[in-house]
Design a binder for this molecule. Sequence first.
Ligand code: FAD
Ligand code: NAP
Length: 332
Amino acid sequence: MSTTHTKVLIVGSGPAGYTAGVYASRAMLEPMLVQGIEPGGQLTTTTEVENWPGDTEVQGPDLMVRMEAHARAMGCNIVHDIVTDLDLSQRPFTATLDSGQAVTADAIILATGARAKWLGLPTEDKFKGFGVSACATCDGFFYRGQEIVVVGGGNTAVEEALFLTNFASKVTLIHRRDELRAEKILQNRLMKNPKIETLWFHQIEEVYGSENPLGVEGVKVKNVQTGEITDLPCKGVFIAIGHAPATELVKDQLETHNGGYVKVEPGTTHTAIPGVFAAGDLTDHVYRQAVTSAGMGCMAALDAERYLAELGETDVSTELPLGYGAPQDAAE
Ligand code: FAD
Ligand code: NAP
């Protein structure tokens, strides 16, 4: 196994990771950035982004290609690999990559973002990739002229429902309440769209379909107020019920809160382990936006730069105190 050393290792290639890459490169820290399984992060799964300052409208994947090019142009060493293990117990920290390479780092910026949540139904699992999806931009094209359902009441669900009307003959938005979390501008577009119907106070009980070939034929939905179960034929089921922070690498080493988000010192990106910084959706259960993630990526690079400057000539190869950073979700 080959081992390389970097002053700053950035884990993740969403807006937080790439922005950290730009700032750390400009600080002459020669950072290495590992992209992970989803180069560009969550914005690569959407179409129009209308709230990135400076662009009235930009395609999410295009924006992320530009961010990557920007980080590269500043000198960031961007590696197409996945971090499979992180050892934060002693400095320098050690990351093991999927390719088998090991990377030691004096400072680490965690920017692993968030991943789609699922309903957790066995039948949802059975039809994943065969009619059940969490990405309208990836899979919407397969549902030309078909009836589909979208589950959720946030920005993602409403945007996905709107986007899917480009393909589907009818989209039913299923929500467990009668009030959406989505921004008003999106709600207005939803209500005006003749192809979209809303089904309030309902949740999916079961996805059913054909066995050979495997494919969705419909969903059984339950009225959460009356308990009544009804049948809703459809060919596609898009789950858009939010995202959970991607903490697999660090959940036993760093303190988390608010349902698993990595805890940082308020107003900074410092985690409980000196030299380990966290930015973006991984640590933010409130805002979860591209621009706030990018902002935190900037903060993390500046925090890392200060940390390394303060470390100066001191020996970084020290064992950290045992138990530093409680592994469990802290009680708020
Ligand atoms: P992410 O974008 O989640 O990126 C995480 C990165 O970490 C990925 O590159 C992944 O590959 C990497 N990673 C994970 N694990 C590992 C590992 N083990 N090793 C290496 N790398 C790893 N926000 C807006 O402001 N405007 C919008 O219009 C908007 N639209 C959205 C539409 C959709 C469908 C979704 C899902 C989200 C949308 N958001 C929008 C939210 C926005 O995408 C997120 O807030 C933002 O992408 C978070 O950035 P991030 O850098 O923290 O993480
Ligand atoms: P979200 O805002 O957390 O909304 C999740 C929705 O799913 C809620 O309506 C929730 O219902 C519902 N839900 C959760 N669990 C459920 C379950 N088990 N069964 C049925 N319904 C369930 O998530 P999001 O829409 O993915 O947005 C995440 C973040 O990304 C937000 O900060 C959002 O602003 C951001 N984002 C921004 C844009 C944009 O700016 N255009 C676009 C997409 C996403 P309740 O309402 O009843 O809790």
